[in-house]
Design a protein around this ligand. Sequence first.
Ligand code: NDP
Length: 240
Amino acid sequence: MGRVAIVTGGTRGIGEAICKRLQRQGHTVIANYAGNEEKARAFTEATGIPARRWDVGDYEATQAGCAAVAEEFGAVDIVVNNAGITRDGTLHKMSFEDWNDVMRINLGGCFNMAKATFPGMRERGWGRIVNIGSINGQAGQYGQVNYAAAKSGIHGFTKALAQEGAKFGVTVNAIAPGYIDTDMVAAVPAPVLEKIVAKIPVGRLGMAEEIARGVAFLTSENGGFMTGSTMSINGGQHMY
Ligand code: NDP
């Protein structure tokens, strides 16, 4: 059965692969993005998937964005909280803004999206929320106290909200990707990336589509008994 799905940060990288996969599953997919208009236009032209701009870290903008999607496409039953940023630096060089932006967007975005969509899912007795965490939220990472804290927070947020949704047919799960070949990883300096890949037992970076397949399962009818879990998709880099 086709549902209405919002994928935040859906116009490139992992989010783009998730959008395409959910579209192939027969859902009406809406991709949210932050501001890269050129990429969003190209994405919509290539896929036919509408893109809607708002900052998931902005509470009011997220409520308005989700309300507009529901008005235009129908009640939202699937949310994939994928939007995320990095502002890396060791603690002594990290500004409060770098800390706050990452917490506000990566973790706050999950809260803001859930506030806009979870009550409706609960009332209708069916919903799927998938939050994209990270291996670095599980294991920590040098130079990423902000990102690791936000992603680790996502895993706690997932387990708490899963308990609230369980009786109402709403599952809430997280996926913790390892290193996936996207713009975010392209920003990692080559010598650092080589060392990272050397630590991945399968010997390569992951592909965005490999995360999308996990989302497809968690958002399907078949995923109904799985809630509050974290699916680690990381090539064996961190067995948790
Ligand atoms: P990209 O940097 O390639 O894409 C990020 C997407 O998020 C873009 O569509 C961007 O929009 C959007 N975005 C950023 N900030 C906001 C915001 N405030 N509001 C709405 N949308 C926003 O990221 P990836 O595809 O690599 O990563 C996707 C998710 O997976 C992130 O949460 C990331 O932390 C996580 N992850 C990624 C890993 C990797 O190896 N790539 C590993 C582990 C986790 P726009 O194009 O407009 O800027």
